[in-house]
Design a protein around this ligand. Structure first.
Ligand code: PLP
Length: 465
């Protein structure tokens, strides 16, 4: 079948990303635009339109306006997802040879930026919830312990990255963490790919947005947590710690010279939707509906996990002895397509889709699965990775990635240096990064993880020759 034929294929209930739910929740003005003659909107950087790095033109004006409305000093729209903007941000906050503190659940794009810019990722471990196999954001006590260790690591750490919220919708008290990192003299970049809509500021129960919490740089994925088309994203900056002209120059290193005008219009409209009166009204009722779905399903006995993002529904299938991948296959077979299957859970992204009938359909599907299930009653706790609280690669990521390399069996790799990322996707969180030394403990853990993710965590690793 041709790609183009697959695009319009009916797929059941779309509880995966992008969050506009296959067009149901695209902003009205974008739908209007897409109804015009196909292709009329596909324009290059014409003088009156410009681009994200031009100082004149409609895009420059729109970015300035968005910055004003969202309370930032500067704003850049992106057409290569949060990935492209995170990478440019990282290059902007550290020079080659400098180090950046980041949590172990950093998205792979951040590690790739370290490879590109010869930046040292100083990785801190984070809490691990072994009943479900999820990483959890650190609190201030945890961060204090990490910062105590950084003084002995003798690297020139210039900045820190926080991931908030996580893919599963867990969030920490961001303002306190950012204040503490600033006190340590570090610039702070927050990867808020999954939390764009928190900035709408419409609901006291939502986590505070990273901009409001005082981050210097914030990256949002507009297709993951707002109503943008796939690949749309936005980067915000505020304060004096990061020079906006350096950010622009770093964006210029990675950005296409032909950004899609349709995607840029989608960036603008997705942000407008979060602040317009009608957009806020719709969002508010979506959040209410999502909370209602959660409560109804919970009362009906579905093992849903508590989190901080009402638009992410996390089914703890392993609580009933069912692996998240098997649950995913079952739900797909019954017309409900989730976003993130993992060994212990299946995460659904409710997005901005109408949720009518969802609770009933999910309940029916889950109880059929329970009847069909022959696996033992519950899973043993998921083994945590046992990473040290603070560590960094033994060789430069950049050098390791570009070195001559060869594939070896994982169980024969003790003492060798990884030349590549090993990273299940989704969620895109590496279990091994270039330059890291493979010790027996890591190998054992990865062999255990291979049993859960056989197609994504291979039994061979690429190591520096
Ligand atoms: C935490 C996090 N940050 C960044 C990204 C990259 O986002 P995008 O797909 O918009 O490039 C992802 C994607 O899964 C993510 O989970």
């Amino acid at each position: 079948m041709k790609i183009s034929d697959l695009l319009t294929y009916k797929r059941g209930k779309n509880l995966f990303l992008p969050a506009h739910g296959r067009g149901f929740a695209l902003p009205t003005d974008l739908r209007r635009l897409l109804r015009k003659r196909p292709g009329i909107w596909d324009l290059p950087e014409l003088l009156d339109i410009g681009g994200p790095l031009c100082s004149i033109g409609a895009i420059a004006v729109s970015q300035d306006e968005s910055a004003k409305v969202f309370g930032a000093d500067h704003c850049w729209y992106g057409v290569n997802g949060a990935t492209g903007l995170l990478q440019a941000s990282l290059l902007a906050i550290a020079k080659p040879g400098e180090a950046i503190l980041m949590p172990r659940n950093a998205h792979r794009s951040l590690i790739q930026a370290c490879v590109l810019g010869d930046i040292v990722p100083v990785l801190f471990d984070i809490p691990y919830l072994s009943d479900r196999g999820h990483a959890y954001p650190p609190d201030i006590d945890w961060l204090n312990k990490v910062l105590k260790l950084t003084s002995s690591c003798k690297l020139d750490i210039t900045a820190a990255v926080l991931i908030n919220p996580t893919y599963h919708g867990y969030s920490s008290e961001l303002s306190i963490l950012i204040k503490r990192l600033h006190k340590q003299g570090l610039k702070v970049l927050v990867d808020e790919a999954h939390g764009t809509y928190f900035a709408s500021d419409i609901d006291k129960g939502l986590p505070v947005s990273a901009l409001k919490a005082g981050a210097d740089l914030v990256v949002n994925s507009l297709h993951k947590s707002a109503q943008g088309i796939v690949q749309t994203a936005v980067l915000w900056s505020q304060g004096q710690l990061v020079d906006p002209s350096v950010i622009s120059r770093c964006l210029g290193l990675l950005q296409t010279t032909s950004p899609s005008s349709l995607l840029l219009a989608s960036c603008e409209l997705a942000l407008k939707e979060l602040t317009s009166r009608s957009g806020k009204r719709n969002l508010s009722s979506q959040i209410d509906d999502a909370r209602d779905v959660f409560l109804r399903l919970k009362n009906l006995g579905l093992p849903l996990l508590k989190n901080d993002d009402p638009l992410r529904l996390v089914l703890h299938s392993s609580y009933h002895g069912i692996c998240g991948f098997d649950a995913d296959k079952w739900f797909i077979k019954h017309g409900i397509i989730g976003e993130l299957p993992e060994p212990g859970t299946l995460t659904f992204c409710l997005g901005f889709n109408p949720l009518k009938g969802l609770a009933h359909a999910m309940k029916k599907c889950w109880y059929k699965l329970l009847l069909d299930n022959t696996s033992p009653k519950t899973y043993p706790p998921f083994p945590g990775p046992n990473f040290p609280l603070l560590s960094h690669p033994s060789m430069s990521c950049s050098l390791a990635y570009r070195s001559n390399s060869n594939l070896v069996m994982l169980n024969e790799a003790e003492g060798l240096v990884s030349a590549d990322l090993v990273c299940p996707y989704p969620p895109g969180i590496p279990v091994l990064i270039p330059g890291e030394l493979l010790d027996q403990q890591r190998i054992n853990w990865m062999l255990g993880q291979h049993k859960f993710w056989p197609n994504q965590i291979p039994l061979q690793v690429r190591v520096v020759s």
